[in-house]
Design a protein. Sequence first.
Length: 247
Amino acid sequence: MSTTTDLLLQLKAELKAAGVTYATVAERLGMAESSVKRMFSKDGDMPVSRIDDICRIINLDFADLARRVADTQPLMLELTLAQEKAVVADRNLLIVAICVISQMPADEILATYDISEPKLIRALTRLDKIGIIDLRPGNRYRLKVAKGFRWLPHGPVMDFFRKEVLHDYFAGGFDGESEMLMVVHGEIGRGLANSFRERLARIGQDFSNQHLADQKLPADQRRPYTIVIGMRSWLMAALADMHRRKT
């Protein structure tokens, strides 16, 4: 829910865009212009009902105002621990959360996964309440997470993936169409490690952007792929036993 301050700032911008002055607002509401200015001031106090009254002056629905405020809010790079716990506690909710973070439309989620429309709507409503999406009419939604979003490294969702997903993923042969698996070990300068990490992150973002661009293709021309990108300062046990620490 938007704060009153956020609503007032957006409302001021909407009035300016519509060319409506405080004097006009005061006249339409039967108030003194000084009272209107005071309500819009930094220390002012304006009830929601009054905001709604002003919205009607410029033919703006209150819900649209709140939505525009939501659209200006900074996107999250990570969820809180409480948000992740709520997501991972329900398998259907987790599946839908993964889908919406990939910006998959509701109708495609229904066509791809064994989930009923009522269950999908409940999951979307729950994700809206948790704060991951802004749910809109027709089961459309706006993500509240940024493009560079990631699950908490040691949070509930990544723990779930480590326990129940990674083995299944790496059990594959990686020898199918367009598949590959590489394990590269080496020692590089400390100053270069971050640049490699950033380049790997860009690959992940390129994949996400291509996924969004290809949503317009017919389903039979698309195929699901999953990229797992990792980089850490680490030696496998067999090498660690033989490794002689350099001084």
